[in-house]
Design a protein around this ligand. Structure first.
Ligand code: C2E
Ligand code: CA
Ligand code: CA
Length: 528
């Protein structure tokens, strides 16, 4: 169970770091990629709008020119009879001279051209009679661009006079696109003006590309013509590159901001508390047990559970390196919860085998503020170990700094579970007896500084006896801490200190070594 939970926890610690790493990478990659994608759609959108605009410009210009042709031809029709009289010819000429657009005007009768603004045909030259099939109500007939005898490629625009006769004008298709040509070429927009049957009338901009993209069609409502605009894939990518550069730098800026933000968060990730949390998840904490020995008999009657951090780089760390951080961050609460669970795992069998055996553990001031403390104690013991097998240690310092009423209430609650309470590091604070008597203490741990003074000239030396006196009056059992020498031990035995904890017996040991120690110290030892 221990292995499984440690492995599970390790994975979660790693996963968190992996998540953070991928968040940092994402901060670097996602915004530029996102903005590239956004800029691509933006470019497509803008290009599509441009194509629509240019198709509309072309269609409007064509409408304007064919409209002018229609008006001109309608006027001409009013002025002439369908014969090539002098009046007819001069009317044809005026039509051309008065117009900006038209090259030539002519009269067709019975399928043959009779006269134009240039000359009279005798004999008449046959022409295609498609123009004559046009319903006058529809206005004009627009031909495909064709080579005409006198002029280069022209569009013939014809208007019917009657069943047999029509007038027409020739239009240079290049004129339609002339004012637009430069603009379309610059934007790589290729526009084809088509008849509705698909015949191309004029072309504006670069030739229609083989890799045409985003085709846009704009049909005229007046004439059977339409403008078809396209651009090329190459041109589209080119304008995306320009946009992407713009957006890309925005993306980089955003990335940098995100990166900094994550770094700040990351600093939280790597904060001392987060490192402790990771260490717990990664199974780096260990519990060491320091034997507590009955002074009179030399029998090991218990142990104090002390935390150790097996740091992957720094090696085995003692609590003075991390307990303060754990206390300040509140992490001491989950850490102690874990410690209690470990005590159960490590010691349940020992408790079963030895009815007098106790384990003491350290509480911090932060525990008084933890409303779940009692539940947490019960939960971690899980019915396998009676609370009465535990002794909770609290220092004078932790008590004094706290709301005394709260501390008293919590300690009473703990005491009510059957657990013992020990006053730790006694003598290092300045509490008076009255202060101490309000708390439900069972044990008093005499601080190492007093033990160290034993056998020295120091004024502190004599204080140990006083402390033992006080304890006796308060009906507290005494534990001497940090006992290192045989001399100290003898002295403490002489003044009837109840228990000894110190290197004279043993340092704090990992569970396996502690079991061995325990096996050898369960019987009264004559030579302790
Ligand atoms: P403490 O509660 O006073 O624990 C006794 C300390 O004295 C332990 O140090 C122990 O190893 C050391 N010690 C015992 N006998 C001798 C001795 O003969 N000579 C010398 N030089 N030292 C001796 P450790 O394990 O380094 O713990 C230091 C402190 O860290 C503890 O002092 C306790 O205040 C705190 N601590 C340890 N574990 C926990 C914990 O789980 N929760 C809390 N809140 N504090 C803890
Ligand atoms: Ca302690
Ligand atoms: Ca202590």
């Amino acid at each position: 169970m221990r292995g499984r939970s440690a492995r599970g926890a390790r994975v979660s610690g790693r996963r968190r770091r992996r998540l953070w790493l991928s968040a940092v990478l994402s901060a670097g990659l996602v915004p530029p990629l996102l903005l590239l994608a956004v800029s691509y759609f933006q470019t497509v959108q803008q290009t599509r709008e441009r194509l629509e605009r240019y198709a509309a410009l072309t269609q409007e210009r064509a409408d304007q020119m064919f409209g002018a042709a229609q008006d001109t031809l309608a006027q001409l029709a009013q002025q002439i009879v369908p014969r090539c009289t002098d009046a007819t010819v001069s009317a044809l000429r005026r039509t051309v001279y008065d117009s900006l657009y038209f090259r030539e005007a002519g009269l067709i009768v019975d399928g043959a051209i009779r006269c134009t603004s240039e000359r009279v045909y005798d004999p008449p030259v046959p022409v295609r009679v498609a123009s004559l099939r046009v319903n006058p109500a529809q206005g004009i007939y627009i031909s495909a661009p064709a080579l005409t005898p006198e002029h280069a490629v022209s569009i013939i625009i014809a208007y019917r006079l009657n069943d047999a006769a029509a007038v027409n004008v020739l239009l240079n298709p290049a004129l339609i696109g002339e004012p637009l040509q430069k603009l379309f070429a610059a934007d790589a927009v290729s526009v084809s003006l088509e008849r509705s049957d698909g015949t191309e009338l004029a072309h504006i901009g670069p030739p229609r590309p083989a890799d045409a993209r985003l085709q846009t069609v704009r049909a005229s409502s007046r004439f059977p013509i339409r403008a078809v605009a396209v651009t090329s894939r190459a041109a589209l990518l080119q304008s995306w590159r320009v946009d992407a550069l713009l957006y890309g730098s925005g993306g980089l800026l955003l990335s940098a901001l995100l990166f900094l933000l994550l770094l700040r968060l990351g600093r939280g990730q790597l904060s001392p508390e987060a490192r402790l949390e990771d260490a717990l998840n990664d199974g780096e904490f260990q519990v060491y047990y320091q034997p507590v020995t009955e002074t009179a008999t030399g029998v090991c009657v218990g142990a104090e559970a002390l935390l150790r951090w097996q740091h992957p780089q720094l090696g085995l760390l003692t609590p003075n390196v991390f307990i303060k951080t754990a206390e300040e961050s509140g992490f001491i609460v989950p850490l102690t919860h874990w410690l209690m669970q470990r005590i159960v795992t490590d010691m349940a069998a020992v408790f079963d085998a030895h009815p007098r055996f106790h384990i003491s553990l350290n509480l911090s001031a932060g525990h008084f503020l933890d409303p779940t403390l009692i539940d947490s104690i019960r939960a971690s013991l899980g019915g396998r170990v009676a609370p009465s097998r535990l002794i909770f240690e609290i220092t004078e310092h932790q008590l004094i700094d706290e709301d005394q009423d709260l501390a008293q209430r919590v300690l009473n609650e703990i005491h009510a579970t059957g657990a013992g309470i020990a006053l730790d590091d006694f003598g290092t604070g300045y509490s008076n007896l009255k202060t101490l008597s309000r708390f439900p203490f069972d044990y008093l741990k005499i601080d190492k500084t007093f033990i160290d003074a034993i056998g020295t000239e120091s004024v502190t030396a004599g204080l140990v006896e006083n402390i033992v006196d006080i304890a006796r009056r308060l009906k507290l059992r005494t534990i001497a801490e940090g006992v290192e020498t045989r001399e100290q031990l003898e002295y403490l035995r002489a003044i009837q200190v109840d228990y000894i904890q110190g290197w004279v017996y043993s340092k704090a040991l990992p569970p396996d070594e502690f079991y061995v120690y325990l096996r050898n110290h369960l019987r009264p030892a004559t030579a302790a």
